[in-house]
Write a protein that binds this ligand. Structure first.
Ligand code: MN
Length: 253
């Protein structure tokens, strides 16, 4: 039976984690190892300057989970480096509260945990639900449990991971699953300036949730049409077309 590591960036007590774990229990032997707090939008942070603590907590289904003071990527690294006796066959990160599409990937702790798995040579997948509040994770969890056996059977090439985003609608309204490319997010961040009681300025970066450019074939298009989006990603971020063009630049050394 496949040994599956489930982690997330919303923290070990997040409902999306439990939904994912419960669904994957049916397709493998699941171990949960997740951060003790919310690390959303922490990207690929790794903690190198202070010790990591590891403990146990009981999930709401009564099963035991590992938790740490570290980040989502630390969770994967701790497991791979030997905290658990066995290396997982698959890393699944999620289910995140909030889509991870387009440029979100550069901020995402959820996707970074899956990237950490890939760096260690383990097939990995990130799963996110397209809502920022009151998510119904049931369909997304079922979908993940149907996709996992396919990934285990077909495998993923080295350096690659799957980024899955699921619309937050009832199962009957899902149009199907699309294999997509990354789209373009449109962020609506605003700078909020306030004053502390000592009269010094401080800042919040706030604003409305992001929207996106609805271009056919993208992850953003799929979600806008109530389709599950599956984007294959590669850790090689080289821009090969520019690389070729730059061979012709005269760059003096
Ligand atoms: Mn999150």
């Amino acid at each position: 039976m496949a040994y599956i590591l489930v982690t997330n960036d919303d923290g070990v007590d997040a409902p999306g984690l439990l939904a994912l774990k419960t669904a994957l229990d049916k397709v493998g032997e699941v171990v949960v190892f997740a951060p003790d707090r919310n690390w959303s939008v922490a990207g690929h942070t790794r903690i190198m300057h202070k010790p990591l603590r590891v403990g146990h907590v009981k999930l709401l289904d009564g099963t035991m989970a590992y938790t740490t003071t570290g980040t989502p990527s630390d969770c994967v690294a701790l497991v791979v480096l030997g905290i658990l006796p066995r290396k997982p066959d698959l890393v699944v990160s999620g289910i995140n509260l909030g889509a991870n599409v387009g440029q979100d990937l550069t901020y995402s702790g959820t996707v970074s945990a899956a990237m950490e798995g890939v760096i260690s040579g383990i097939p990995s997948m990130a799963v996110s639900l397209d809502t920022y509040h009151d998510g119904d994770f049931s369909y997304a969890a079922q979908f993940a449990s149907r996709l996992v056996p396919t990934i285990l059977e077909k495998g993923l090439p080295p350096g690659t991971l799957l980024n899955v985003n699921v619309p937050n609608v009832p199962a009957a309204e899902i149009c199907g699953a699309q294999v997509t490319r990354l789209g373009k997010r449109v962020y609506r961040d605003v700078l909020i300036e306030r004053q502390d009681p000592q009269g010094r300025n401080y800042y919040w970066i706030g604003g409305e949730p992001p929207t996106g450019v609805i271009e056919e074939g993208t992850d953003i298009w799929a979600l806008a049409h109530n389709c599950v989006s599956i984007t294959p990603l590669h850790l090689d971020m080289t821009e090969y077309r520019l690389l070729e063009e730059m061979q012709g630049w005269e760059i003096s050394s």
